[in-house]
Design a protein around this ligand. Structure first.
Ligand SMILES: [Zn+2]
Length: 197
């Protein structure tokens, strides 16, 4: 098990649709362990395999005070409602936060670490936000792609992107170094995960 370095915006691995996992085996379980360690080391609440350079459809989620869990080949089955969130962040876009529109309710189908099909349901909480964020990652999208306007992207020191940069954030050079940041922690805690069957 090892903490692996996080890939930043500008790294092509973040932009390619990740490949489906064919078999949930020990190699995948080891990958998940590394991902969980890497997520916590970077103080994130979610991480997708491409973020550590592995182009596979694997994500891990670690809500505050909850056991972390993995989703293999996650697919969003249903999303309903919209809500405005001001302060989504990404470990691959350190130093920035964005105001973004996400769904209220999200239902995801995936495989667990035994290869068994599970469903995760979340509503109006950090988990719902993280599920959409991480599934975006394995499809090659970042939250900065979903901003309505550049004015919605804020540098953590308070200046907004548009006044500091004249380039589109989606392909701008990655801010190197600086504080890593996960998803916002001010969203409602208490995920409503149903990982059973
Ligand atoms: Zn991210």
């Amino acid at each position: 098990m090892a903490v692996r370095p996080i890939r930043y915006l500008g790294d092509p691995v973040l932009r390619q649709p990740a490949k489906k996992v064919r078999q949930v085996d020990d190699a995948i379980r080891r990958l998940v362990q590394d991902m969980i360690e890497s997520m916590y080391a970077a103080q994130g609440v979610g991480l997708a395999a491409p973020q550590i350079g592995v182009p596979l459809r694997v994500v891990v989620l670690g809500m505050p005070d909850e056991e972390p869990f993995a989703l293999i080949n996650p697919v969003i089955m249903r999303r309903t409602g919209t809500r405005r969130l001001d302060g989504e962040g990404c470990l691959s876009v350190p130093g920035y936060r964005g105001a973004i529109t996400r769904s209220e309710k999200v239902v995801v189908r995936a495989l667990d670490l035994r290869g068994k099909e599970i469903r995760v349901r979340a509503e109006s909480n950090l988990l719902a936000q993280a599920l959409e964020h991480e599934v975006d990652h394995i499809n090659g999208f970042l939250y900065v792609d979903r901003l309505d306007s550049m004015a919605d992207l804020m540098k953590l020191d308070g200046t907004d992107w548009s006044s500091a940069h004249a380039v589109a954030p989606s392909e701008a050079a990655a801010p190197v170094g600086g504080a890593s940041s996960g998803l916002p922690t001010h969203a409602h805690a208490g995920p409503d995960a149903d990982t059973g069957d």
